[in-house]
Write a protein that binds this ligand. Structure first.
Ligand SMILES: C[S@@+](CC[C@H](N)C(=O)[O-])C[C@H]1O[C@@H](n2cnc3c(N)ncnc32)[C@H](O)[C@@H]1O
Length: 208
């Protein structure tokens, strides 16, 4: 088996960039008195929510730096921007392009490692759902010469994928749309990478 790629060179910079968010999340739970509950022993997220009045889903994953998130369970994006994140990006093509490039940077060597480690035997047609500009799908196609792929994402994102000089390769097509309305039908497998964490439980069920 081939040697897995080395860790991403950008990891230290990413850690620094994310540390502000982690510090803010820690502040939010401290301010709410949640840490004061824990010396008596570990508590599950539902128990903490029950004792503090926080929203159970928010307690399950305190990944957002906004105190409002603890009460509502909403993403911190809505209080900050007044609209859901992907709607916000959709209306701002430069920020969207920057976000899509960031996705490629943040995952670093992950697509090649996933492509190497995964067995796509028996799959002829693979759809990359919410596949961004197609970095993972391209890596999987390169590692599996018998496979063809379709990149599926929102229209602006797919436009950027089309303009990507690295391209998606000859065995690929693109399709645009929203995964809450449906995905391209008839493929043998559907690939989701870094997608479901953006949505709540009910939305994840719909996507899956
Ligand atoms: C966090 S990014 C992950 C991108 C890529 N899969 C990766 O691993 O880098 C989430 C992706 O979901 C896409 N997305 C968000 N809402 C969508 C929707 N309703 N339908 C299809 N794609 C959507 C975004 O445009 C974005 O490319």
């Amino acid at each position: 088996m081939a040697t897995p790629p080395a860790g991403p060179v950008q990891a230290p910079a990413l850690q620094l960039a994310m540390s502000g968010l982690l510090a803010r999340a820690l502040f939010s739970v401290t301010e709410r008195g949640i840490l004061d509950l824990l010396p008596e022993g570990p508590l599950g997220s539902a128990e903490i929510a029950g004792k503090t009045g926080a929203h159970p889903a928010a307690m399950h994953q305190v990944a957002d730096p906004f105190p409002e998130t603890l009460d509502t369970g909403w993403s911190g994006v809505e209080p900050a921007f007044g609209e859901p994140w992907f709607e916000h990006l959709h209306a701002r093509s430069e920020q969207a392009a920057s976000f899509n490039r960031m996705m490629v940077g943040i995952h670093g060597t992950e697509p090649a490692a996933v492509a190497q480690a995964s067995d796509f035997t028996g799959i002829g047609h693979l759809v990359g759902v919410g596949g961004g500009i197609g970095t993972l799908l391209r890596a999987v196609l390169e590692a599996n010469p018998g496979l063809r792929g379709t990149l599926f994402d929102l229209p602006g994102v797919v436009d950027q994928a089309r303009e990507n000089p690295a391209g998606l390769g000859e065995r690929s097509a693109v399709a645009t749309g929203g995964f809450f309305d449906g995905v391209p039908a008839g493929a043998d497998a559907y690939l989701l990478s870094h997608v479901v964490h953006d949505w709540d439980e009910a939305e994840c069920r719909t996507i899956l």
